[in-house]
Write a protein that binds this ligand. Structure first.
Ligand code: HDE
Length: 752
């Protein structure tokens, strides 16, 4: 800091600045040893031995992109200046004639500041406006040179920096994180052969099959145009009007109405490239591929009532969760897997691999793990990074190519086009977060906000005046896979696209009973919000082709007669290869059963039994859970014996939905004090209703009784999510509680 301070800075000011050192400088993981070990740019990234990677990367941010971004981070320890670099003496008062006189037009400092402020906002993304992002890296497990020449897969242990943005689709930029929706899962790989953007979702299929329908779909789901409601919700007439008239959306509907539509955390969801892509090797040979991201923490979801309440208690729930996990060093991680298949295999499938409303069951083509991605650094600035990042489905690198999926074709056009408006011109690729690590040399010139300064008079190719540079790279550059094509120019779809129900049924039939019940509840909720009964009836007539059980359950739940089945476009679809696919249930990826980053509320009040509480608290912390000490008010809480405990939250400011589990302490006075709180009953009832894990020590079982929480299930069996015992057994109770918390939640309660 001292080195960066201008010489003329008064000593007193320097002291003050050192005391209030900005957060970034204090963060060892950003500016410490790891950074010094950052790999140099380009091909040398491949040369870091795998063993060295583990030690350098686990600490943080050793990445070439981090190093490239460092010069753009504004410097601490500097005096305030205008945008012209003029130091500002007084940032409190405008320039006036006398202390009570008029402000002068001459005040260029005031005008510059206000003018800039007036233009701080840019248009939000037309879809996926609400998002959260982080930096990280991808490491390849092995060289995949036989399959692809794509840079990230050229050597075992090779590292490629990434920037990943997760998003909801329908809501506006300031909308709530826990809306029922698809989540975007966009990964920018800064490879040494240019940027590759794998712009995917947390659901492997899409609502429509052809880009021609995308504006219609989005207009239908966005707030209705006459009154601008509802925000970030599909539970309204126009969405269901559209999808009930578009049976190709049924499969994606099943996914988004399932618990996948309300993930517990962005760190606990899968990602999918959705479309079929091509891998191309150095000899020009190609295979088809589908991309899968599998979270190390397993796939977990919220329950609907909880998601709705979190929207009020903490609309930034997912953003905060991602941020806090990374700040605390619990770096989220996903494994990248590939489904690789030949064109001949594709031709033999009962569905068309160019149809984005279909998936390839993992039983048919297994997912081969090829690397892992770790997110280990939060952005320094939300706007400069998360908001200005521009993903583009057209950004591929040599070794990755497109299939003829007609949805993908529209995407190849759309992203660059929309970003020209959103980011104000054609030069947004020069923004630091978007700039590739690979060098850029071409004859594209000028435009708004141009950063680079090209030299010389040559801006065309071929040329002789510039020595022929920059020259075509030939085979070293991107060469499209020379797929042979022959056909008539027409508008239409292949026949297998018309099978709208086989895979919707496959998905439904592959779910556990609890998951099926949640799907039914989600459809019931959404359809109950419609004001036009005919839309409800049309939707049910379509769902009959997925499951009669689902459709008749919905008819009963919505108080209507089951309508006749809608005519199918394809009466005799090809027989599917599999009737169920275990991988489609959220249960397929339970995680390791650990409780790292799970948030647990310990309720405390003056007079609680301190020793047992301390044992439980320590056990939870050593298992990696995040412990919150919630009391009737903030400040010091005096246990019956021992040192005071500082409450980290109050019952008023800490909604029960924000915690994965709850601990009730022993101690007569403390229990009495807690029992008097209005919020307590809601706290317990809500935790119980949402299937959370509860621990009641000693006399605190009376609080459970007070809230009507039973320790047995409807069938008389003990509830596996309720741990009860004497405070003297705190150690065992903590172990039981941690084991139960590792199950995430206890849906057995829903049966009763
Ligand atoms: Fe997008 N999509 N999309 N999309 N999409 C955008 O690009 C579009 C589709 C996805 O975090 C937009 O920069 C069309 C499928 C993600 O910044 C826009 C079609 C999948 C993100 C656009 C689709 C996606 C977007 C809006 C149908 C999963 C957020 C702002 C032909 C495979 C990226 C922007 C971020 C964003 C167009 C369908 C994923 C308008 C035309 C399928 C994750 O260009």
């Amino acid at each position: 800091v001292a080195e960066q301070m201008p010489e003329q800075m008064p000593e007193q000011m320097a002291e003050l600045m050192a005391a209030a050192m900005p957060e970034n400088l204090g963060k060892a993981k950003e500016f410490g040893r790891a950074n010094a070990l950052a790999p140099a740019r380009g091909a040398s990234m491949a040369s870091i031995p795998a063993a060295a990677l583990a030690s350098t990367l686990s600490e943080g941010n050793a990445s070439a992109k981090t190093a490239a971004l460092d010069p753009t981070r504004s410097n601490a320890g500097q005096a305030l200046s205008s945008n012209q670099g003029v130091l500002i003496g007084d940032n409190q008062n405008s320039l006036k004639v006398g202390l009570r006189g008029p402000t002068l037009l001459e005040d260029f400092l005031l005008r510059e500041k206000i003018t800039h402020f007036d233009h701080e906002r840019i248009p939000e993304r037309i879809v996926h406006a609400r998002g959260s992002a982080a930096h990280g890296y991808f490491v390849a497990y092995a060289a995949l040179t036989a399959l692809t020449r794509a840079a990230p897969f050229q050597a075992a242990g090779k590292i490629t920096p990434v920037f990943v943005r997760f998003s909801t689709v329908a809501g506006e930029r300031g909308s709530s994180d826990t809306a029922r929706d698809i989540r975007g899962f966009a990964v920018k790989f800064y490879t040494d052969e240019g940027n590759w953007d794998l712009v995917g979702n947390n659901i492997p299929v899409f609502f429509i099959q052809d880009a021609m329908k995308f504006p219609d779909l989005i207009h239908a789901v966005k707030p209705e145009p006459h009154h601008g409601m509802p925000q970030a919700a599909s539970a309204h007439d126009t969405f269901w009007d559209f999808v009930s008239l578009m049976p190709e959306s049924t499969h994606a509907l099943m996914w988004v109405m399932s618990d996948r539509g309300i993930p517990r955390s962005l760190r606990m969801m899968q990602g999918f490239g959705v479309h079929t892509y091509r891998l191309v090797n150095a000899d020009g040979e190609s295979q088809f591929v589908k991309f899968h991201w599998k979270p190390k923490l397993g796939t977990h979801s919220l329950v609907w009532d909880e998601a709705v309440k979190i929207s009020g208690a903490d609309p930034d729930f997912h953003r905060r969760d991602l941020w806090e996990a990374i700040e605390s060093g619990d770096y989220p991680e996903w494994e990248l897997g590939l489904q690789i298949f030949s064109e001949a295999q594709a031709d033999s499938f009962s569905f068309d691999v160019l149809d984005a409303s279909k998936l390839i069951p993992e039983e048919l083509v297994p997912v081969t793990p090829v690397g892992r991605m770790v997110l280990n650094r939060n952005p320094d600035n939300f706007f400069a990074e998360t908001e200005q990042v521009a993903f583009c489905a057209a950004h591929v690198v040599p070794g990755i190519d497109f299939s003829n999926d007609p949805l993908l074709a529209g995407r190849i056009h759309s992203y660059l086009d929309t970003q020209i408006t959103r980011l104000g011109g054609a030069n947004f690729h020069e923004l630091p977060i978007n700039a590739p690590l690979a060098p850029v040399h071409n004859n594209q010139r000028d435009g708004l906000h141009r950063q680079t300064i090209p030299r010389g008079r040559v801006a065309y190719e071929p040329n002789s005046l510039g020595g022929g540079c920059p020259f075509q790279a030939g085979a070293a550059g991107f060469v499209s896979f020379p797929q042979a094509l022959d056909g008539e120019k027409l508008r239409g779809k292949p026949e297998k696209f018309a099978d709208h129900y086989t895979q919707a049924k496959l998905f439904y039939d592959s779910q556990t009973a609890v998951e099926q019940a949640h799907i039914e509840a989600a459809f019931r909720f959404e359809l109950s919000k419609l004001t036009v009964p005919a839309i409800r009836a049309r939707m049910l007539s379509s769902l009959r082709h997925v499951s009669t059980k689902l459709a008749s359950g919905l008819a009963a739940g919505l108080g209507m007669a089951l309508p006749p089945a809608m005519p199918k476009v394809l009466e005799q679809p090809p027989t599917p290869e599999f009737a169920v696919s275990a991988a489609l249930s959220l249960r397929a990826l339970p995680g390791d059963g650990g409780v790292r980053t799970r948030s647990v509320a310990l309720l405390i009040a003056d007079g609680v039994e301190g020793a047992s509480l301390a044992i439980v608290r320590a056990a939870l912390q050593s298992a990696g859970a995040t412990v919150h000490l919630i009391a009737p008010r903030l400040g010091a809480i005096q246990p019956a014996q021992g040192a005071v405990i500082d409450a980290t939250g109050s019952l008023e400011n800490s909604a029960p939905v924000l915690f994965d589990g709850l601990v009730l302490p022993d101690g007569a006075a403390g229990i009495k004090a807690l029992g008097k709180q209005m919020e307590l009953r809601d706290f317990l009832a809500s935790q119980y209703r949402h299937g959370k894990t509860l621990l009641a020590m000693g006399g605190s079982t009376s609080l459970l009784e007070q809230a009507g929480v039973s320790a047995s299930l409807a069938n008389g069996e003990p509830d596996p999510g309720i741990v009860i015992g004497a405070a003297s057994e705190a150690k065992r109770l903590a172990a039981d509680f941690i084991a139960a918390l590792g199950r995430h939640r206890h849906p057995e309660r829903e049966a009763g």
